[in-house]
Design a protein around this ligand. Structure first.
Ligand code: ADP
Ligand code: ASP
Ligand code: MG
Length: 457
């Protein structure tokens, strides 16, 4: 069997869903299950509704919910035609009533908790999976909606809940495998799960890729396909650099580094369940389905280029923590990272000296409070509007003089931090956000003007 995951843009409207259906039709004999994200931008708008309601702005929340309802009705109507849509309308309507009621409840309390955020966010995938399943059935594809929350068991760390693999695998084998065996196409929402008590959870933004890998690993898939809106993993974000080239084959490790440092085309954790079982993952373009995409495999092929790709992550804050002569005191670093932990601020790049520790984190509203707490331990400065640039490639491991080549191209750029990841396959540095686009284009031009035809398209 295979897993086919369609991201937000690949199910963004009736046209996209029909295209996805055609792609699935072409692979029926490989016994697919389908995993879908919410329609594009829906998760953002659900979270905005939750926030508005939590701030007591009931009217705006309900207005946004109304717009969301209309978009989904319109899509379903277009896909199903009047007769089928009339049948299906009640089911969608009930979900939207639930959403409205939930928003009213949140507004009445005037507060939104992570648990409630997850419930609000889950509507995106619940709705898209129902619509896609109905659309498949409407065109004679044997689509069957399966509520992922009944399969994906997680802990209760809301907004980034941790999957409980053993039991999830058992549930998938019990609920989904028989459908595959019977020639049905299970259609499931990504991103959502539930706790043992049946409380809805989500597994982190961009998590539908992860869901696809979890389902694929449980059902021993021959392949996992991530269908998105670009031709595959590219040598850099094509939105930033139009010369970006498609990477034909990349290793799990390289893909994971890239994803971690901003190539959001593939969710970082995606690779884990797939690596463990050596299941190849393909990144493919639903708007250009005959393109071969990118194959992510356990081992990278030989490549004559030093790097496979350049990732960029913007909206980074640099935190500098200085504590003269105290760094060597045992437990000092631990106490610093405990503060990050307490504020739930995830750290990307770290560098230390005797007197200071520099750390980068995604810019977010917890940083001022974090800095205030850190200030109890040391002198703290923080600066936003930074970007992390990360060059990735397995050849970094055993090629000399690479840093000189990279930084030689950037003599006029102020570099704030440099790190060569412990994995030895990335070279990462921090610059001003405004310089990021130019830096990436320069590096891309230098390192990819000639590209190994075995690896790059
Ligand atoms: P989906 O909704 O299908 O999950 P995402 O928006 O999460 O899609 O990811 C696809 C986007 O990732 C692309 O549109 C592209 O702009 C961006 N991206 C960033 N870096 C890369 C890269 N190296 N290769 C391909 N896409 C990239
Ligand atoms: N819809 C979720 C998000 O926007 C999950 C996903 O798209 O993978 O984060
Ligand atoms: Mg994504």
């Amino acid at each position: 069997m295979i897993v086919m995951k369609f991201g937000g843009t690949s199910v963004q409207d009736a046209k996209a869903i029909n295209r996805a259906a055609e792609i699935v039709e072409g692979r029926l004999k490989e016994r697919p299950i389908v995993v879908v994200s919410a329609m594009s931008k829906v998760t953002d708008s659900l979270l905005a509704m939750g926030k508005a309601a939590g701030g007591g702005d009931r009217k705006s929340a309900l207005r946004m919910a109304r717009a969301l309802r209309e978009r989904h009705y319109e899509t379903a109507g277009e896909l199903l035609g009047t007769a089928l849509f009339t049948e299906f309308h009640g089911e969608l309507g009930a979900d939207f009533e639930d959403l409205d009621e939930l928003l009213r409840g949140i507004a009445a309390v005037g507060e939104i908790t992570p648990r409630t955020y997850d419930y609000v966010a889950s509507f995106g995938e619940v709705l898209s999976s129902k619509i896609v399943a109905a659309a498949f059935a409407g065109r004679g594809l044997p689509g069957m909606h399966v509520d992922s929350r009944q399969c994906l068991l997680t802990d209760n760390s809301f907004t980034r809940a941790i999957p409980q693999f053993e039991e999830t695998n058992e549930r998938l084998l019990k609920k989904v495998q028989p459908l595959v065996d019977a020639g049905k196409v299970a259609v499931m929402g990504g991103f959502i799960g539930s706790t043992r008590n049946g409380i809805t959870t989500t597994i982190g933004r961009g998590g539908s890729d992860f869901s696809a890998a979890i389902f694929g690993a449980a059902l021993h898939a021959d392949r996992i396909e991530i269908w998105t809106d670009v031709d595959g993993m590219m040598t850099t974000d094509p939105r930033l650099c139009p010369d970006a080239r498609r990477i034909k084959v990349i290793s799990f490790d390289e893909a994971a580094e890239l994803a971690y440092f901003g190539a959001k085309v593939l969710h970082p954790a995606t690779v884990l369940p797939a690596i463990q079982q050596n299941i190849p993952v393909f990144v493919l373009n639903s708007q250009n389905p005959t393109c071969e995409g990118t194959k992510v495999t356990a081992r990278a092929p030989r490549c004559s280029n030093i790097f496979k790709a350049i990732a960029v992550k913007k909206k980074i804050t640099l935190v500098e923590i200085a504590a003269p002569r105290r760094l060597l005191v045992q437990g000092y670093l631990k106490s610093i990272f405990e503060v990050f932990d307490k504020h739930e601020v995830a750290v990307d790049v770290v560098s230390t000296s005797e007197v200071s520790v520099s750390v980068t984190a995604e810019t977010n509203e917890s940083i001022p409070a974090l800095a205030a707490d850190l200030a109890k331990l040391a002198d703290v400065k923080y600066e936003g509007r930074k970007a992390i640039v990360c060059l990735v490639g397995e050849n970094l491991r055993d090629t000399a003089g690479i840093a000189a080549k990279v930084f030689g191209l950037l003599e006029d750029i102020k570099i704030r931090m440099i790190s060569q990841g412990a994995s030895e396959i990335n070279l990462t540095f921090v610059i001003e956000e405004d310089a990021a686009a130019d830096v990436v284009r320069r590096l891309h031009k230098a390192f990819f003007a000639e590209a190994d035809p075995e690896v790059f398209a």
